[in-house]
Design a binder for this molecule. Structure first.
Ligand code: SF4
Ligand code: SF4
Length: 403
């Protein structure tokens, strides 16, 4: 099979790369690699002109693979993937080589920096020869929200959402709203507002029996004689308890619920956050949020501001009628190789893997999978393939690096 038509674009990044690496030499060297039909430099590929230039080169030269030697993929991988898409090339046929942060900014000697950059670019070219197109899928979201816990935090979330005409169901295990009251008057006031709000449904004396699904499509089963509740997002707004030493701990029923949702928890049973400072009310499971004492001991003021943050996050992400794109770089499990040990389920922080009781193997829910690759590394049978990070792709990249 002839080598895929590959274009290599080396960005000067103004003076950032161009002053420290001989980019003309890189272009000259990689031009001789089989399949490379085009190798050029550009002063600023991420600029509007640069993106236009890149898209036109892809279409004019009928490129099947693109390698961009520039900055960190964390900065512009999405930018260049979009350019590929607009030019009609599957974005997963593109690979970046980071010659700025990994070379220009850390390797002072120009000759060594050029040699190092050349190796990275060659590795990227080799890798793209093993790339496969991956397709994005999307799901239609249910815009309703389920709030578990009818204290001040839960009611605050529901009321803010109701103001934005978003339907919410509050599920409270006790017989009335209010929770553990630090401020009885505030709780009573909120409960009155909730009672008069047509957007909010309150179910008391119930707690989730089973929760399944994923962002945009959760189903909460409350037991035999109650209809299931469908929601796009779930807010955990229950209280915490104090142990014998006065330390705040998550109650057993709350721990069961986080287990149902497969949310990893800290040593006191409180859900871990997606990011302590950047996403403090989001859990590692998309669409599941935490507010108030469901996340640990906090003051009333903190609880209310967390509820505002939760409501704001939901309103900006769970938009009615919107389809949510899923991550195409997911892991897949070979049914033939899987021996059902469930090691992968233990290491998946996103609850994306389940055990098929009939076939006695594990399967990945591609909507929940974030493509972190943890499961692929942990599987003792080598049954899991992390798409876009296959052993073959990594081997080819290394071969280019170590040439
Ligand atoms: S770790 Fe591997 S062998 Fe074990 S259940 Fe998961 S996929 Fe199957
Ligand atoms: S790649 Fe990560 S998120 Fe996806 S199933 Fe494996 S461990 Fe879970």
């Amino acid at each position: 099979m002839p080598a895929a038509r590959t274009g290599v674009f080396v960005c000067s990044c103004g003076p950032n790369i161009g002053d420290r690496i001989d980019i003309e030499k890189i272009v000259e060297e990689v031009s001789t690699i089989e399949g490379v039909v085009l190798a050029e430099t550009h002063n600023l590929l991420c600029s509007p002109d640069g993106k236009k230039y890149l898209a036109s080169k892809i279409t004019e030269n009928k490129l099947e693979r693109v390698v961009i030697a520039a900055c960190s993929p964390r900065e512009h991988e999405v930018t260049f993937m979009r350019v590929c898409e607009t030019a009609g090339l599957n974005p997963f046929m593109m690979q970046m080589a980071n010659i700025r942060e990994q070379v220009a900014w850390v390797t002072p000697d120009r000759k060594s920096a050029t040699e190092k950059a050349l190796r990275l670019v060659t590795g990227a070219i080799n890798r793209t020869s093993r790339h496969k197109p991956l397709e994005k899928t999307s799901i239609v979201c249910n815009p309703k929200v389920a709030v578990i816990g009818g204290g001040v935090s839960g009611m605050s979330v529901a009321l803010i959402l109701a103001d934005a005409e978003r339907r919410t169901t509050i599920i409270e295990r006790s017989s009335s709203l209010g929770g553990y009251l630090e401020n009885e008057k505030l709780a009573e006031h909120l409960a009155e507002r909730v009672a008069g709000c047509s957007e909010i449904t309150v179910i008391t004396g119930r707690e989730p029996d089973e929760i399944v699904g994923f962002f945009g499509n959760f189903i909460i089963n409350l037991g035999e004689d109650t209809d299931e509740i469908q929601a796009g997002s779930i807010v955990l707004a229950t209280g915490c308890a104090l142990d014998d030493s006065g330390k705040a701990v998550a109650p057993d029923e709350f721990r069961e619920m986080t287990e149902m949702l497969r949310i990893s928890a800290d040593e006191n049973g409180f859900p871990n956050r997606e990011h302590d400072s950047l996403a403090p009310v989001s859990t590692p499971i998309d669409g599941v949020y935490v507010t108030g004492c469901a996340g640990g001991l906090c003051s009333l003021t903190e609880a209310v501001s967390q509820s505002e943050a939760v409501a704001g996050t939901i309103l900006s992400s769970l938009i009615p009628g919107r389809e949510v794109e899923t991550e195409p770089r997911t892991s897949v499990i070979s049914e033939t190789l899987c021996r059902g040990c469930m090691t992968c389920m233990e290491v998946c922080g996103y609850g994306a893997i389940s055990f098929d009781e009939e076939r006695l193997v594990c399967t990945v829910n591609s909507v929940l999978c974030k493509g972190c690759g943890n499961c692929a590394g942990a599987c003792p049978s080598g049954a899991i393939k992390a798409q876009h990070f296959t052993p073959d792709q990594i081997r080819y990249q290394l071969a280019g690096l170590l040439r």
